[in-house]
Write a protein that binds this ligand. Structure first.
Ligand SMILES: [Fe+2]
Ligand SMILES: [Fe+2]
Length: 255
């Protein structure tokens, strides 16, 4: 674990506003297990990408920092998965997964959007800084709404400590490798994240609207057809129907 000497990131106004939603999402044990498992995956995938970034960078200091960063992310993945397994063992029955609200309470980083190959050190650091900042903001809210589950709260607290360090070192390194234009890189990365957040939100809303429309169609459009089918069924004769002898001679048609 890296040492973070700077204060923790405060949650953004948007994350603070969604606190009641996060509290509701995390209150259910089934949902908590699924979310922790998914967070574990996100952290491990992020760690793999940062490991790749350590391979492709030509900057020795960045390579060392990326390696330590990747180790942190792998460890976060293990922490989340172990906690999910503990909760799973404690509650035993896992059948109802239900609503997960991933677009409302996503995994911390958004590191899944990362394309390492072809990125410069500058764009990579700008992207990482914003991802870690988002992670620190969300994890601080998740920690605060986890009063009912102290062991999970401790994990968020511990991971938050690392994410704050990741957020700070990436900004410091961005200012080192690009002292003149680092703000421009940050803005570009910010716009790109905004666009991806919009796409995620739109996908979530589209899924909800799709479910509502299909439900309306089911109750409004299907009943007339069911009624017509029933009426047609009433008109049918019951049992076998006699066919006149001449009509069943041909082998090319039914009657
Ligand atoms: Fe992490
Ligand atoms: Fe991180």
């Amino acid at each position: 674990m890296m040492d973070a000497s700077r204060p923790h990131e405060r949650p953004t106004a948007f994350d603070r506003m969604l606190t009641p939603v996060h509290r509701w999402i995390w209150s259910d044990t089934d949902r908590r297990v699924q979310k922790l498992l998914r967070f574990g995956e996100t952290e491990t995938d992020g760690g793999r990408d940062i490991l790749r970034a350590a391979e492709v960078t030509s900057d020795p200091l960045l390579r060392r920092l990326y390696l330590e960063h990747a180790i942190d992310e792998f460890r976060h993945g293990i922490l989340f998965r172990h906690r999910a397994a503990e909760l799973l063992r404690a509650s035993r029955s896992r059948t109802n997964i239900g609503f997960q609200g991933d677009w409302l309470a996503p995994g911390g980083h958004g590191l899944d959007d990362l394309q390492v190959d072809g990125e410069s050190d500058q764009t990579m650091l700008a992207f990482l800084h914003l991802s870690e900042k988002a992670a620190a903001s969300r994890f601080s809210v998740y920690r605060d709404v986890m009063q009912h589950d102290p062991p999970t709260r401790v994990i968020f607290e511990e991971i938050l400590h690392d994410e704050t360090f990741h957020m700070n070192y990436t900004l410091t390194q961005l200012a080192r490798v690009e002292p003149e234009r680092h703000k421009r890189h940050l803005w570009r990365a910010r716009l790109s994240r905004l666009w991806k957040a919009y796409l995620r939100l739109a996908t979530g809303l589209a899924a909800i609207l799709g479910s509502i429309l299909l439900t309306i169609q089911y109750f409004v459009l299907l009943p007339p057809f069911a009624w017509m089918a029933k009426r047609a069924a009433h008109r049918e004769h019951f049992g076998w129907t006699m066919v006149s002898p001449g009509r069943s001679d041909s082998l090319n048609r039914q009657y």
